[in-house]
Ligand binder design. Sequence first.
Ligand SMILES: Nc1ncnc2c1ncn2[C@@H]1O[C@H](COP(=O)(O)OP(=O)(O)OP(=O)(O)O)[C@@H](O)[C@H]1O
Ligand SMILES: [Mg+2]
Length: 316
Amino acid sequence: MVLKIISRKRDTCFMFYSGKGGVGKTSVAAATAMWLAAKGRKTLVISTDPAHSLADSFDTRIGGEVRKIDKNLYAVEIDPKLSMKEYKDMLSPELEKISALKGFGLDEAFDMAGTTPGIDEIASFDSFLKYMSSSEYDIIVFDTAPTGHTLRFLSLPDVLDSWIGKLIKIRMRLSGITTAVKKLIGSGADDGRDSALEKLEEVKKRIAQAKETLSNPDRTEYNIVMIPEAMSIYESERSLSFLKRCNIPIGNIIVNQIIPENTRCKFCSSKRALQLRRLVDIRKRFSPCKVLELNLFEEEVQGKKTLRRVAKELYG
Ligand SMILES: Nc1ncnc2c1ncn2[C@@H]1O[C@H](COP(=O)(O)OP(=O)(O)OP(=O)(O)O)[C@@H](O)[C@H]1O
Ligand SMILES: [Mg+2]
């Protein structure tokens, strides 16, 4: 079984693809999603890369709403900015209206999160949270932004955890103050409920669940895409040790853009010989992970026909 995930039938499974820019993450994610759908698994492929290319890869229209693009196959391109706004709205429907909160730096925290390059990570994480507990799809494939971002997204649970923990404390302190003031001036009945606080607690609980799901090898598989070149190997090694440290289950190592054999072309032959040496090195360094090879095609990987070809090379 090339993909361990295919044999799992119960909860929704999650597949991530990480790797440097341009190594073939989108192509492999799209091809895998198509292959899974063809195997009869209801599959959703989500792009959280701010520079979406999923629609180009499938050569079809995809947008911010989930769209059926084939039998059993659904796709969505998440707008990280929009997602961040929704996140903010959900977390602080009333908090942000309270001017007293400004002193606590809440607005700054949101502004920072809204403008730093990390917003796409929050978008990924948010959609992960959204689909984590729903059983609508059998498998969800994430097409993410190049490595740095994806890896930061994985440590996001801790960041958000402490961030939200702080918000909850502020909220509690504040509700204590407002109750005291209300009592003092004798205005308004306090029904004892605090919906904002409840929501924050709920988000915190979901984050704890997310951390658990992300490190559950029965539900999550993290794949690394690379090319057989020294720089890509070193970078992938760093990713791998980070993933191990975070307790994230590793799926396959996909080595893309291998030059096919061509004895008539001297350039191709010597380039291929070097790549094959790199492949031996990769198998040694990344053992015991499964290494899948993908040839460089004479055409671009675009459209369902080439995606099927990619899947066939990878999974047979
Ligand atoms: N095996 C292959 N043979 C031929 N072309 C390929 C192959 N794999 C990928 N490509 C091409 O390389 C380009 C980059 O691929 P892709 O978009 O999948 O990479 P990516 O890692 O998602 O890039 P980014 O980091 O920009 O998101 C695309 O034009 C794609 O068609
Ligand atoms: Mg991509």
